[in-house]
Design a binder for this molecule. Structure first.
Ligand code: PLP
Length: 404
């Protein structure tokens, strides 16, 4: 009998909420205390939300009963365009901004509007798996370029360059990065945009963590380096403003209009097809973008996110056979298990057994596009005490089961 599932779905996975999460939920129903380190949801860990963001959404409820503009409410788009102007993106007007039900929806739209069957998209490895899945679902082929752990998880530009073909249509940049926490410097971004220019690629810059930065590191928006190229820059309320449940993200098109006009028109059509994004949340956008202080307070030395990043890194690297590049941004760590100490044949098995035996839920590196079975990702969002408990459980497990 023919399966109901499309063939396309056989290449689509999202391990962050995969079978292990369902098992963790079952364990919780059975009364176990599971430390869930799999989802980058600041609200779930009690990271404070700016009250004016919630107030603005609440105040907007009565005005949100009807459909809104397909691209998003004008005051929200004006605030986003002004924010990008402050960050040096030239020429982004409210007409170039699209709001969506999270960046997630917009990534799918951006790829659907761009790709024909067999077209390739360069996606970093490791990656946030939405990009790989959305490329496949849009009929394209994700091609992974490696990031170099030895170089602080910067992009391996020789690998990237070698993977460009005449079917390549876009290059994805995730900066600051999920899952590695790397923040790519200007020079690396310039070299990517130069390659993109030479090969006629669209630059897709997922910068949803753009203000979640530690140690004074500077984030350079990729589009500021490529005013002559078609670029899409993605941002949203989920991380910087800690309200992922609002499902509110945006993307801005920049670059010469002669190059982007057709594509923008296709995006407008897709925006109309989904009618409009969630209206209530959009009322919070202008208030959110006026608040630049609260995320800085959390990420400055002594701030909650900075302290957790520090503690998490110290705890992980104190475990024998575990090393970790110190994250400079976002709220993830991507530690490595030394194969000489902890040889893993299957990192999915490692994650499953860790959950079953120690009730800690992580995401295995291979679920994040990493080609070897020697990494995992955890979120650095739990309070320091909970991180200590999680690290102790991971250490105990590795000591007992060094090889899997
Ligand atoms: N892009 C990256 C790199 C992410 O890590 C996430 C969520 O974790 C998203 C996009 C999705 O964000 P949103 O909540 O806006 O859909």
């Amino acid at each position: 009998m023919r399966t109901l599932r499309s063939a396309r779905m056989s290449d689509v996975t999202y391990e962050i909420r995969g079978p292990l999460l369902r098992l963790a939920q079952q364990l919780e129903r059975d009364g176990e205390k599971v430390v869930k380190l799999n989802i980058g949801d600041p609200a779930a860990f009690g990271v404070p939300v700016p009250p004016e963001v919630v107030d603005a959404a609440r105040a907007g409820v009565a005005d949100s009963t009807g459909y809104g503009d397909a691209q998003g409410l004008l005051p929200a788009r004006e605030a986003i365009a002004a924010d990008y102007a402050r960050k040096g993106l030239s020429g982004v007007t409210p007409a170039d901004v699209f709001l969506g039900n999270g960046v997630s929806e917009l990534v799918s739209m951006a790829l659907q509007a761009l790709l024909d069957p067999g077209d390739q998209v360069l996606v970093p490895a490791p990656d946030y798996p939405l990009w790989t899945a959305a490329t496949t679902l849009a009929g394209g082929e994700p091609v992974h370029y490696l990031c170099d752990e030895g170089a602080g998880w910067q992009p391996d530009l020789a690998d990237l360059s070698a993977k460009i073909t005449d079917r390549t249509r876009a290059v994805v940049i995730i900066n600051p990065n999920n899952p590695t926490g790397a923040v790519w410097p200007r020079e690396a971004l310039e070299r990517i945009t130069t390659l993109a220019g030479a090969h006629g690629l669209v630059v897709m810059a997922d910068e949803i963590y753009d203000e979640i930065l530690y140690d004074g590191v500077v984030h350079v928006p990729a589009a500021t380096l490529a005013p002559d190229l078609p670029c899409l820059t993605f941002g949203g309320l989920s991380k910087r403003y800690r309200v992922p449940g609002f499902r509110c993200g945006w993307m801005a098109i920049s670059g010469p209009r002669t190059l982007t006009a057709d594509y923008a028109e296709a995006l407008e059509t897709l925006a109309c097809l989904r009618l409009c994004p969630n209206v209530v949340a959009q009322h919070a956008v202008p208030a959110a973008l006026r608040d630049t202080a609260s995320i800085r307070a959390l990420t400055a030395p002594g701030g909650r996110l900075a302290e957790q990043r520090d503690r998490c890194w110290e705890l992980l690297t104190a475990i024998p056979g575990v090393s970790c590049v110190k994250p400079q941004g976002s709220f993830y760590a991507f530690p490595r298990l030394d194969p000489r100490v902890h040889p893993l044949a299957d990192d999915g098995r490692f994650a499953l057994d860790l959950l079953r035996e120690e009730k800690v839920l992580i995401v295995q590196g291979s679920g994040l596009g990493w080609p070897r079975h020697d990494h995992f990702r955890i979120v650095t969002l739990p309070p320091v005490g909970d991180l200590g408990e999680a690290a102790a459980r991971i250490a105990r497990f590795l000591e007992r089961r060094p090889a899997l």
